[in-house]
Design a protein around this ligand. Sequence first.
Ligand code: ZN
Length: 221
Amino acid sequence: MLVGHIAVGLAAKRITPHVSLGTTVLAALLPDLLWCVFLLTGIEHVELKAGLGAVNYLGVSDIAYSHSLLMDAAWGALLAGAYFLTRHYARGAWVLFAAVLSHWLLDFVAHGPDMALAPGVDRHFGLGLWNSVAATVVVEGVMWLLAIIVYVRATRPKGRTGVYAFWIVIVLLTVAWHGNIAGPPPASVRAMAASSLIFFSCVVAWAYWMNRLRPACYNSV
Ligand SMILES: [Zn+2]
């Protein structure tokens, strides 16, 4: 899943306006960022096959350090703990923990059976939403649309940059998402991991920038 995770980051900003959008998006994408690093360092492995869409071209995988339920809870606890130690804001820390954990849940819905409960546990799960481009467009697309509406209503752009830089990237992300679910495979696992790492890092940087350009226009309940 791609924009579904970013949707969680956008929606989390509505729940915790004091937490930067960059941090909520970082939390929602953290397992994918770790996945890129672990692939590049040889800790995790995937195989590429012929076929269109990530569900078809991503073959046998061992991604339990970035994408198992136990490890995502641990990464979430680490991020939330670091946030709480520096900001002393418990509500924000809990939302960040939930955002990291939501990654497992959403990938469990989207992926084929490659989602583990913990490293070393051989049973894998996944509902395979990705198998249908149409179903993915509907389910993930509705999440994406709702999150954009929630975020736009919860923030006010300071100037034109806060409008254009937001909407241009939203369009680019939507195009990238379609390439992810229906496009051709990347040239190699290494190229995929490196380009994805740059892509996810840019999305997080953009979210920190948006947080400055589009402040929250209400206080949390
Ligand atoms: Zn993922």
